[in-house]
Write a protein that binds this ligand. Structure first.
Ligand SMILES: Nc1ncnc2c1ncn2[C@@H]1O[C@H](COP(=O)(O)OP(=O)(O)O)[C@@H](O)[C@H]1O
Ligand SMILES: [Mg+2]
Length: 351
């Protein structure tokens, strides 16, 4: 008897949405790889989903998007405003890029830009993204990434006012939301530690006591230097932020790291919506992709909009968990993508 694999991904909202859509559309569905892969069949058509990828983009285009440095190089080459990412292969394979695997060129970039962000070139979720200011920080971060066999994407630090996710399907924006980082606002008399406890930690729904939560506050990730990712220093926690001052608890905008989506509606600001859509569509066209989420940042200084990254896998897991309405919005986008990828798919001949 064939052994049935545990479906680890079964609990994800993505799995639920795909299952619901296929049942509603009369599409038969078979899952594999612990629920991370699907084969869909309707009539003589058959199509696949893998991770959050649909069969709407070519494999080459999807791999190009997956590499932050390759995508940014191609975007900038097409004259599209994008945050530059320079690729550095780990020592074992550096020769394929004409590099020597040393940190010399990275160090030059650090000196040129002052602050660099080093990332896993193909990372997601903001988990392998390190700010480096000093030479020592650079070698530590590079060592961490290289020793794990990762290619490094090095990017000059940009002061980001807002990061917006634009979901594009066939040249049209289907959804936009900004990612609001977790923050506290000074009241002029509470210390940062007290504000974090009152506004964030106390309201967290976990079974810990208030005392335990208070102890945890000291561990809370708070600002250090230009970044708010490192733990707060003791002296920062005991400072009293002036009334009305917003202190962000993380410098990264990932929803998986506490940021909250705020949906942008076209009616509210058509000018802004159209500008974001135009940029995201240009990026998608330049990379030859039909379905993607394009992350756009707005720079603090001049308010310039630039593409930060393009994801060919459209992940709306955190977004769809925020409310029933957001779940429906995500599901309708996936429904359209499922239908289109089946239309696009090959015809199976049984036998
Ligand atoms: N060059 C940069 N300057 C400033 N912040 C950055 C830069 N690159 C990334 N970040 C911050 O780090 C977060 C994660 O980086 P990103 O490139 O999107 O990687 P991931 O694919 O892991 O989400 C972004 O949402 C942004 O807040
Ligand atoms: Mg990101």
């Amino acid at each position: 008897m064939k052994e049935k694999k545990t479906v680890l991904n079964e609990k994800s909202r993505f799995y639920r949405m795909i299952t619901e859509i296929c049942a509603e559309e009369g599409i038969s569905l078979e899952s594999a790889a612990y629920g991370w892969a699907f084969r869909m069949r309707k009539g003589e058509r058959s199509g696949f989903l893998y991770g959050y990828r649909f069969g709407l983009n070519s494999a080459a285009a999807a791999d190009i998007c997956n590499s932050k440095s390759t995508a940014s190089e191609l975007l900038l080459g097409s004259g599209i405003p994008a945050v530059p990412h320079f690729g550095f292969l780990p020592p074992a394979t550096a020769r394929f890029a004409g590099q020597d695997g040393s940190l010399t060129e990275l160090e030059e970039l650090r000196r040129r830009y002052g602050i660099l962000i080093l990332k896993n070139d193909t990372g997601t979720g903001g988990t392998e993204v390190f700010p480096v200011v000093t030479e020592e920080e650079l070698s530590q971060a590079a060592e961490k990434l290289f020793s794990a066999g990762k290619t490094i994407a090095a990017s000059p630090y940009v002061s980001i006012a807002r990061e917006i996710r634009v979901v594009i399907l066939d040249g049209e924006a289907k959804l936009m939301f900004s990612k609001q980082r977790e923050s506290v606002t000074g009241d002029g008399h509470s210390t940062l530690e007290e504000l974090i406890f009152e506004q964030v930690v106390k309201n967290q729904t976990d079974p810990k006591t208030e005392k335990e939560k208070y102890a945890d506050t000291k561990e809370k990730k708070l600002p250090a230097g230009p970044f708010t990712d490192a733990e707060f220093h003791e002296w920062e926690l005991t400072e009293v932020p002036p009334e009305g001052t917003v202190v962000y608890l993380n410098w990264k905008h990932n929803l998986g790291q506490g940021a909250v989506p705020e949906v942008l509606e076209r009616e509210k600001d058509p000018g802004e919506w159209d500008a974001l859509e135009a940029l995201a569509v240009r990026a998608a066209k330049a990379l030859g992709i039909r379905f993607a989420s394009v992350d756009v940042i707005e720079e603090e200084a001049a308010g310039d909009k630039k593409v930060l990254e393009v994801n060919c896998g459209v992940m709306l897991e955190h977004f769809s968990g925020c409310s029933g309405e957001y779940y429906q919005r995500a599901k309708e986008i996936y429904r359209e993508a499922v239908k289109k990828s089946l239309e696009n798919s090959f015809v199976i001949s049984e036998g």
